[in-house]
Ligand binder design. Structure first.
Ligand code: MTE
Length: 326
């Protein structure tokens, strides 16, 4: 496969890629958010110039990362979500129970990050982040992203396929599942006040079957929108599993463990009836609180209103993953 080096639209200064009309629409959109009380910390940005790159605050601490686009995943059937929206509408319960946690997440200490790969593997390893990004060639991929809460985005991730790590550490034949554990330190990650975070089963942990992890779509992201991950997106490394609901993608991973039995997971432990281990995007399988038949595209359409569209099975990735479940 040949990777291609071309400038991506989200890398160009916004005055070049954004028409006057789109810019005005964004300002109206921000006002709507603020009116609805969901923009919170976006407020100071409303008076700013139109450059996304001027939105230093939610993107603080990130560095430009150069990687070629994988042509098989260069685009989807929807536009890429505005970066500022993606960076200010997050789920990261270690830092609070609402979408507006980006400011709290800046407390995440990402220096000298280590990731332990352990359990049923022939070559257990502890990597630091530089090891990972030099050992595994980085590439960019545009994926649909679908949360179980029925909102959806389109995100350009930057990272490497999980399969590359599998080849390196070689799970043994007993390894059937993998468990991802996120960073946790109660003094740093204060969590939501409601429900009180001491009742949440931190550290956040998620899992996959090893054959799901080997699927070509399963990805470790170290970047987004052509730079390193902002902390609120799960810096410095997170899982991305685009045919499953977003909660399967553990953020800020510190441990990857190969095991022979299905691991407990954060949300399943909290509410087993609502969050199954498999959790593929399936319009016909209703969540008790969110019908999954439709999804709302965040920041789409004129004036960036939330457009409602039918949900696609496996989030549109059936050609890659249906075989895993036949
Ligand atoms: N990882 C950790 N460690 N903690 C979390 O609360 N939330 C999950 C997932 N990974 C979560 C997490 C959920 S519910 C979603 S929808 C996605 O992260 C959101 O990713 P984003 O904020 O980068 O869009």
């Amino acid at each position: 496969m040949t990777l291609i080096h071309v400038p991506k639209p989200w890398q160009l200064p916004e005055r070049i890629v954004t028409s006057e009309e789109a810019f005005l629409n964004r300002r109206r959109f921000m006002k709507t958010l603020i009116g609805a009380g969901i923009a919170g910390s976006v407020l100071p940005l409303v008076g700013c110039q139109q450059h996304v790159t001027d939105a230093e605050v939610p993107l603080q601490g990130t560095k430009r990362l150069n990687a070629a686009m994988n042509p098989a995943f260069a685009q989807v059937d929807r536009p890429v979500t505005n970066e500022l929206l993606a960076a200010t509408y997050n789920n990261f319960y270690e830092f609070g129970g609402n979408k507006n946690i980006w400011k709290n997440a800046q407390a995440l200490p990402t220096e000298d990050w280590k990731i332990e790969v352990t359990g049923l593997v022939n070559h257990p390893r502890t990597y630091d982040l530089d090891d990972l990004v030099t050992k595994f060639p980085l590439e960019e991929r545009v994926y649909r992203f679908r949360c179980v809460e029925a909102w959806a985005m389109v995100v350009p991730w930057l990272g490497f396929p999980m399969n590359a790590l599998l080849k390196e550490v070689e799970p043994t034949s007993q390894a059937k599942f993998v468990r991802f554990t996120s960073y946790f330190d109660r003094n740093v990650t204060k969590g939501p006040t409601f429900p009180p975070s001491q009742f949440l089963p931190f550290p956040y942990h998620e899992g996959l079957r090893v054959d799901e992890m080997a699927n070509e779509l399963a990805f470790f992201a170290v970047g987004i929108y052509s730079h390193t991950l902002p902390k609120q997106h799960g810096a410095p490394i997170r899982a991305v599993v685009p045919w499953k609901y977003g909660f399967k993608g553990a953020k800020s991973i510190v441990k990857i463990e190969f095991i022979d039995t299905q691991p407990a997971t954060f949300w399943n432990t909290l509410s087993p009836g609502e969050y199954k281990f498999e959790s593929n995007v399936e319009p016909e399988v209703s969540h008790p609180r969110w019908s999954q038949k439709k999804e709302r595209l965040i920041g789409s359409g004129r004036d960036f209103e939330w457009q409602e569209v039918p949900t696609t099975v496996y989030n549109g990735y059936g050609e890659y993953v249906a075989k895993l479940y036949s």
